[in-house]
Ligand binder design. Sequence first.
Ligand SMILES: [Zn+2]
Length: 246
Amino acid sequence: MATELLYREDAYAREAAARVLAAGPEGVLLDRTPFYAQAGGQPGDAGWLRWPKGDGVGEMAVARAVKGPDDTVLHLAAEGAALPPVGAEVTAALDWGLRHRHMRMHTALHLLCSLIPGAGVTGGQIGADRSRLDFDLAAPPARDWLTGQLNALVAADHAVGERWIAEEELDANPGLVRTLSVQPPRGAGRVRLVRIGPEEAPVDLQPCGGTHVRRTAEIGRLEVTKLENKGKQNRRVYLVLAEGAA
Ligand SMILES: [Zn+2]
């Protein structure tokens, strides 16, 4: 049975009640979860599962959430952590500070993508401290120009929205897909489109299954720290959240 993905409806859900369906060395399976499972360059969430135990509370630290078989999410226990009993009602709570940095970084990478139009994205990795995107590109823009443009897009405080479209609509508009290395998440004939900026003139519009902030001002100040040559046509752009931006 597929895990109900609560972050798909509300990326700001920090905790939720859920039931334990299975628990073992391969991870803890819940019927529903706010945890994002590692995919598409965004790390899996960390946090805690808590449940009533005797007169107190049982707790399992979640080191990371990963994808399990059949559209499930597995919550991996931190080393030495006791597992909750099968059938228990738990509160699944995120390490929100970490997740929120991932959301800011992830949304920032969409903005970076919008500043390098026409170049395919060949790879990427989101981190709490530093993120990167790889572009299929011969001549990249200057580092300072990118930093300035990114901060202008942040300051413009664009809204971030989403809608689901039919797979046929995406297939008819292949230009929407920027990532050459990651296929957009599909399921039940639908694909999730994430849009930054107004519907009539979006700053960025592409299929994405990750978690984003609601408005670009929430990202805070950004800095492009480095551009690296990774082969003749491959340019790697590194991005950090500037200090004090939270
Ligand atoms: Zn995204």
